[in-house]
Ligand binder design. Structure first.
Ligand SMILES: CSCCC(=O)C(=O)COP(=O)(O)O
Ligand code: ZN
Length: 215
């Protein structure tokens, strides 16, 4: 892949972010959270650009050549490669929250089953779990943490509109599920975003266990 980097972006910064994406993706793939080329990952480079995975690549074996540049409208920059089919969901997060620098989307079995089970309720309601405090800004297990489940669609502007509607209603949002699909979460850096993803995977698994045990 021939990526031309705009003069305002230091090539070393692109390389560093691409390597960080590839490393995180390999680790998440090793956990079985990115089956069959699913999932996508991005990191902000500056106010106008993000590095994101090229569509359709095996997320367990990414190299620098599998990461490309997009602008904040989700258009490819400096390459004819095709960015993730879900790029608009990433750039929406960067546009809405200038402090957010990383977006991770995975398709683990737990995330996928939870998305189907809780779709009719519209959200997973987390309360009473100590691990809720792994999410930035959550200071107690007592507070309610809502993870919405949005209907799946192949038409990204519809998904973007669902996320916008949730946020425009003034509801807090740290992550969301897409029905039958997977999870999106984000953070200020890779460590925080990985922590969010791991905590949510654990919490969704606990909620599924509770449903099973109380059936
Ligand atoms: C085979 S997975 C279907 C698409 C998807 O949900 C996904 O996460 C990966 O799409 P991408 O275009 O980012 O490779
Ligand atoms: Zn996906």
């Amino acid at each position: 892949m021939n990526q031309i980097i705009p003069p305002t972006i230091p090539p070393a910064l692109f390389a560093e972010r691409a390597d960080a994406i590839a490393q995180a993706a390999a680790e998440l793939a090793a956990s079985g959270w990115t089956p069959a080329t699913s999932s996508n990952f991005s990191m902000r480079l500056d106010a106008e650009h993000a590095a994101i995975t090229i569509s359709g690549r095996d997320k367990g074996h990414l190299g620098r050549d599998d990461i490309m540049l997009v602008d904040m409208q989700g258009h490819a920059v400096g390459t004819s490669a095709r960015p993730s089919a879900e790029t608009e969901l990433h750039t929406q997060i960067y546009r809405r929250w200038p402090a957010m620098n990383v977006v991770l989307h995975t398709h683990s079995r737990t995330q996928s089953v939870a998305s189907r089970l809780f779709a009719k309720e519209g959200a997973v309601r987390l309360q009473g779990w100590e691990l809720q405090k792994a999410i930035a800004g959550q200071t107690t297990h007592d507070s309610e943490l809502l993870i919405p489940v949005f209907p799946n669609t192949q038409h990204m502007p519809e998904l973007v509109a669902q996320v916008d509607a949730w946020l425009d209603a003034g509801k807090p949002l740290h992550a969301y599920l897409i029905d039958g699909h997977g999870i999106y979460t984000w953070g200020r850096d890779m460590a925080e975003t990985r922590r969010h993803l791991e905590a949510l995977e654990f919490l969704l698994g606990c909620e599924l266990d509770l449903r099973r045990l109380s059936a």
